[in-house]
Design a protein around this ligand. Structure first.
Ligand code: AMP
Length: 406
């Protein structure tokens, strides 16, 4: 199937051609016709599946034929990074169409607020907003939702994890009940079902099978004790070929610590976290995208939404608490059918979590022998606080050691 199947306006098709999208991805194939029929959607699809274009394309196509006098569409997203990326996709896809968008997100200084407010006064077809900032903007009275036709929630699970439930409900109270609502979420926990029950009307359900890591990713793990991790990290940086790396850690504190350790070692790495000023975060992301910065260190927030080509390696300093976050983390490499390496450091406490990941992805990850002098291998220990398996159960399980890779 090609995009011609959807009979988009020729100006939108020109945008697709210019960007180089020729074949719809599975989520696009499933969602676009349903959106074209004006149905609500609840879609289980992750970043990397092409979900953004799945909702943007039919919406932009509809806006082309409106009179552009009113705000038409609101997209809610959990983070500014995702909001900016969605805005960039609108810019690319809608380049020849005259359809416009404004990103509205927090952080930055007063001038960012003023610029966003000014843009809102001038008007646009689409607003892409993080919930907290949008609530603040609503109070200024610059946004008129009375003609809104589409409400889209992107990464709804992450928005709820970040505590935006009340904000979302408040925002929706300003929006006409007569609208099309599209909800996209990487996971479908009960709280998403509850939200969907409240805000969607007779939705069509679309599930893109939990994205298994791309075939092109080589996955390896070291069973290593905490005290040897730094030494192992510098070994990996020397022993493996790489051009660009994301190093993930589960907490902001660890990200900061690692940032400092790299700084002391004079390595081209920077920590990326929410305590850094917005301007610096944008600068870091830009430097990482254009490969001036070789190593970016971040938490799982960075694993969602960030869309950077050519990341050759992902290193997991620890095992993420949610097995699906592992899939998100390593999905940052081997994008667009290229290849990449994902290496995970597993200490005693993380072994159960690691096992849950293997259950989720349905394969065993290759255990690499520790080089000489890197201490005895970590052995299974007490599990980390609050650990659950990939189905959300607390339970027992034995940790299989050193199974051959399949
Ligand atoms: P998303 O899941 O929306 O974050 O998209 C992941 C990546 O896939 C982005 O870099 C998109 O630009 C890209 N993409 C989306 N749809 C297509 C398509 N039909 N063909 C090629 N690339 C696509």
């Amino acid at each position: 199937m090609t995009f011609h199947h959807f009979q988009f306006d020729s100006k939108l098709q020109d945008g697709l051609d210019a960007i180089g999208f020729s074949k719809p991805t599975p989520v696009q194939e499933q969602a676009i016709p349903v959106i074209q029929q004006h149905r609500d959607i609840i879609a289980c699809a992750q970043t990397g599946t092409g979900k953004t274009a799945a909702y943007l394309l039919p919406v932009i196509n509809r806006i082309i034929h409106t009179d552009h006098r009113h705000l038409n569409t609101l997209v809610l997203a959990p983070t500014r990074e995702l909001a900016v990326q969605i805005d960039q996709q609108v810019e690319g896809l809608a380049y020849f169409t005259g359809v416009s968008s404004i990103p509205v997100y927090g952080g930055g200084d007063g001038s960012a607020w003023d610029a966003q407010r000014k843009a809102l006064e001038q008007g646009a077809d689409i607003i892409i907003a993080t919930p907290g900032r949008l609530i603040a903007m609503l109070a200024t009275g610059t946004i008129d939702f009375s003609h809104l036709k589409h409400l889209i929630l992107d990464e709804a699970d992450r928005m709820l994890d970040m505590g935006f439930y009340e904000d979302i409900i408040r925002i929706i109270s300003h929006i006409p009940a007569e609208r099309q609502t599209l909800l996209f979420s990487a996971t479908m926990p009960p709280k998403i079902r509850t939200l969907a029950g409240k805000i969607l009307k007779d939705p069509v359900e679309i599930t893109i099978a939990i994205s298994k890591p791309a075939e092109g990713i080589v996955q390896q793990a070291f069973l290593v004790r905490d005290e040897y991790k730094i030494k192992l990290l510098s070994h990996v940086l020397k022993a493996y070929p790489w051009s660009s790396i994301i190093l993930f850690a589960s907490t902001k504190e660890m990200v900061k610590k690692l940032g400092k350790a790299f700084e002391r070692a004079n390595l081209p790495a920077r920590a990326f976290h929410s305590d850094i000023e917005q301007e610096e975060r944008t600068e870091l992301m830009r430097a990482f995208k254009n490969k001036q910065l070789k190593i970016l260190i971040g938490t799982d927030v960075l694993s969602r939404g960030i869309d950077v080509e050519g990341i050759s390696m992902v290193i997991n300093w620890d095992v993420p608490p949610d097995p699906e976050d592992y899939v998100h983390r390593i999905g940052r490499t081997a994008r667009a059918e290229s290849t990449g390496t994902a290496i995970t450091f597993v200490n005693s406490r993380d072994m159960r979590r690691f096992q849950s990941i293997e259950e989720l992805i349905g394969r065993t990850i290759e255990r690499m022998p520790l080089p000489e002098g890197f201490g005895p291998e970590a052995v299974p220990g007490p599990r980390s606080e609050g650990d659950r398996d990939h189905k959300g159960r607390r339970g027992k399980g034995s940790f299989p050691r050193r199974k051959p890779a399949r």
